[in-house]
Ligand binder design. Structure first.
Ligand SMILES: C[S@@+](CC[C@H](N)C(=O)[O-])C[C@H]1O[C@@H](n2cnc3c(N)ncnc32)[C@H](O)[C@@H]1O
Length: 354
């Protein structure tokens, strides 16, 4: 089991549901996240209340009188996310098109923006909300039919267009006194156009070295500088695209079809799978602080990642436990007994946890 996962569990002070592969926490994300250690999470998928939709069936959606108050609230969360994410971590923030540009400007002050993704919903007729019913001749603007997902990574000094790894590499290379050309020779990473181009691309955060190139690179630089090179997975932000369909920043995923008990903002599992598979490695820790139907945790389990979900609505937490397939809820004192059973979820106080 991941050592970071154990550390997180040990630090938490509230009642919770846990087994070896996930952690479900009921309460206010802002209060709970404060207890998490620094740089403990690989990927954050955050789908907070949208504010602009003003849905009465989503807690928090009507809490803010002005857009600015909402943006300030999300900013607090972004600052916390930056503390929680590993240097190789990624953040995906869902938001409505109506406020995404203002949110993006705010996120840019703290992190490096990779993309502002447009999620379109190619729903079958009859399953596309008001789109079929709208009177086109009455519209006074373009009918809003997409949502936005802001994708950001850790950057040392706000949004400089450089990833954390890019800055780190540049510093290490400059300390070693090597030029990009010399380093390119050693790591056999020639750019296609400019000699030494691959190194400058890595430094600029445009692309990344392979594991083999990283090993050659760190070996060469370690000889000439005192900089410690972290493990590849801890510094290189994962990005593995296998879905040939949704490789652009416009994603087509149909909405979740209505069913009894559906969460009003439930995200399609395929969409969450797409994020988790592309932006994390197996066994990584994936956090969803506004979990709703716990789609992120379900996808994390399906894709062999460890999922941590926080949700303010206790009923949603209990419902998700049943859906995830937890057959029994036992007291935490049993958790420390071996062997641990994947189908059992344990409830109790953190302080007793081994
Ligand atoms: C947009 S929904 C998330 C939907 C989710 N992505 C899904 O696929 O089902 C936002 C969720 O955040 C929860 N929420 C609102 N304020 C919260 C807070 N301060 N801490 C934790 N959860 C909160 C709401 O109850 C709601 O379920």
């Amino acid at each position: 089991m991941s050592r970071t996962f154990s550390n997180i569990k040990k630090k938490l002070k509230k009642k919770y549901f846990v087994n070896e592969k996930y952690l479900i926490l009921n309460g206010d994300a802002f209060k709970i996240l404060k207890q998490f250690p620094d740089q403990s999470i690989n990927l954050i998928i955050a789908d907070p209340p949208y504010h602009t939709t003003k849905k009465s069936n989503i807690i928090g959606d009507k809490d803010f009188d002005t857009d600015q108050e909402f943006i300030n609230w999300i900013e607090k969360f972004i600052i916390e996310s930056k503390r929680l994410l590993k240097k190789s971590g990624s953040l995906y923030l869902f938001c409505s098109s109506k406020i995404s540009s203002r949110l993006e400007v705010m996120v840019r002050n703290h992190m490096n923006i990779i993309s502002n993704i447009t999620w379109t919903k190619p729903n079958d007729p009859g399953f596309d909300g008001w789109k079929q019913k709208v009177k086109v001749e009455n519209l006074r603007g373009w009918y809003n039919y997409s949502e936005k997902i802001i994708h950001a990574e850790i950057s040392e000094k706000g949004n400089l267009g450089n990833s954390y790894f890019g800055n780190f590499l540049k510093k290490a290379r400059q300390q070693s006194g090597m030029s990009t050309i010399e380093l390119a020779e050693i790591t056999k990473s020639y750019g296609k156009i400019n000699h030494g181009g691959a190194i400058s691309n890595w430094e600029a955060g445009r692309n990344i070295p392979s594991l083999n190139q990283y090993e050659l690179l760190s070996k060469a630089l370690k000889k000439k500088s005192k900089i410690k090179f972290p493990k590849y997975n801890d510094i290189i932000r994962p990005f593995n695209l296998i879905d040939k369909k949704n490789f652009t920043d416009v994603w087509d995923f149909p909405n979740v079809r209505p069913y009894k008990g559906k969460h009003p903002a439930e995200k399609p599992l395929e969409l969450v799978d797409h994020i988790i598979k592309s932006s994390s490695f197996k066994n990584d820790l994936v956090l969803d602080p506004f979990a709703g139907s716990f789609s992120t945790i379900k996808s994390a389990l399906k894709n062999s990642r460890i999922g941590i979900g926080i949700e303010i609505d206790k009923n949603l937490c209990k419902k998700s436990l049943v859906e995830i397939g937890s057959k029994k809820i036992k007291f935490l004192s049993d958790y420390n007994k071996q062997p641990k059973n994947q189908n059992i979820v344990y409830e109790g106080l953190f302080k007793n946890l081994k």
